[in-house]
Design a protein around this ligand. Structure first.
Ligand SMILES: Cc1ncc(COP(=O)(O)O)c(C=O)c1O
Length: 363
């Protein structure tokens, strides 16, 4: 079996995979109603929120689209705080649905600066909402959302957060940080296969929703609310992935959120130390490196594509490459969900052998 060390999909525990072999049940019947209620309540604990929360069937990108179309109207001005591929995607969705996007871009590898967010909001009082990626999976950088959110709220703006690769792994107290609409995806730290997006929505989020005129049908939060009151989802959900989540949430809550966060911090530190011990450097700015994904810069003659192939074929370890303009410039180790320090140790040992074979140190 390959060791999957990409930043999602992540490996699933055997109990979770076993749950997915369960026979189908009526998604409008009592058993599923109980399950949906249970899973929703447990997710709220891990989101650290009392806000409404919905389980949508779709990938993370579907969840991002849901956040946009439920919160905005065509012509609304939004500030897009972007530090990589996924920040750009969030902005593109808003633009495609008619929002006027004001970009606030930071160099890839760096985190967003809360003071720059303040300046941008001061400069343009018409901005209605701020889009932020909590953990930028493409660069291995975690934004300081705890510093950005008070700035957004100082100006009374709506805070829309992509927490797809952070929630349930990196601390994100949704209520304390007044995040209005927050989305995550099942295939990340939740230890569940792809297929579900989970979103929370605050009171201010609902107020925006009531006025939002962007077209929506499948993603309509009002429908999700209406149906959840009956213990259902509006459309047929990915029932097997809900079975999986039912089991994984029990495991996560047994471990406890603070322990999960601490474990990710330890595993992240092990990945960063390991990368440095090999003579490589981190792509992320010092102090903002992510605890769920580590990006290493290609240097010293390293051919990342050759290296990824050697790791895959000779060590059965799968790492991620760079996306878009980072293709060939970085590689990424995913360490969210079911990953231990020992697993990272194996990756570093394999890299020690594969790096010189892939040209590292050769020029
Ligand atoms: C931060 C972030 N946003 C959005 C996405 C897109 O999610 P999906 O691929 O499930 O559509 C991802 C997936 O890697 C992500 O890490």
């Amino acid at each position: 079996m390959e060791e999957l060390r990409i930043p999602g999909p992540t490996p699933c525990p055997p109990e979770v995979l076993q749950a997915m072999t369960k026979q189908m049940i009526n998604h409008r019947g009592e058993e599923f109603q109980g399950m949906l209620k249970d899973v929703t309540g447990k997710l709220k604990q891990l989101f650290q929120t009392k806000n409404d929360l919905y389980i949508l069937t779709g990938s993370g990108t579907g969840g991002l689209e849901a956040v946009i179309v439920n919160s905005l109207s065509p012509g609304d001005k939004v500030l897009s705080v972007s530090i990589g591929v996924f920040g750009e995607r969030f902005a593109t969705i808003a633009q495609r649905f008619g929002a006027e996007v004001v970009p606030l871009r930071f160099e890839w590898g760096k985190a967003a600066d809360a003071d720059e967010v303040r300046k941008a909001l001061q400069a343009d009082p018409e901005i209605k909402a701020v889009l932020v990626t909590h953990n930028e999976t493409s660069t291995g950088v975690t934004n300081d959302l705890g510093a950005i959110s008070p700035v957004v709220k100082e100006f009374n703006k709506l805070l829309l957060v992509d927490a797809i690769s952070s929630l349930g792994s990196i601390d994100l107290p949704v209520d304390e940080w007044q995040c209005d609409v927050v989305v995550t995806g099942s295939q990340k730290g939740w230890m569940v296969p792809p297929g579900l997006a989970m979103v929370s929505i605050s009171r201010e989020g609902w107020q925006a929703n009531a006025k939002a005129k962007m077209p929506r049908f499948y993603w309509d939060f009002a429908q999700a609310k209406n149906y959840l009151e009956r213990g259902q989802t509006p459309w047929t959900p990915a029932v097997s992935v809900v079975f999986a989540l039912y089991v994984s949430l029990d495991m996560l809550l047994k471990e406890g959120l603070q322990n999960i966060i601490a474990r990710h911090a330890r595993v992240g530190a092990a990945a960063r130390e390991g990368i440095k011990s090999l003579g490589l450097s981190l792509f992320a700015e010092e102090g903002y490196a992510s605890n769920t994904v580590t990006a290493a810069s290609a240097s010293n003659g390293l051919d990342t594509k050759r290296m990824l192939k050697i790791l895959r074929e000779e060590h059965r370890i799968v790492l991620g490459g760079g996306q878009q303009k980072l293709d060939g410039k970085i590689f990424r180790i995913g360490h969210l969900g079911l990953v231990t320090e020992d697993d990272i140790g194996k990756v570093i040992s394999a890299l020690k052998i594969a790096l010189p074979q892939a040209g590292f140190g050769g020029n």
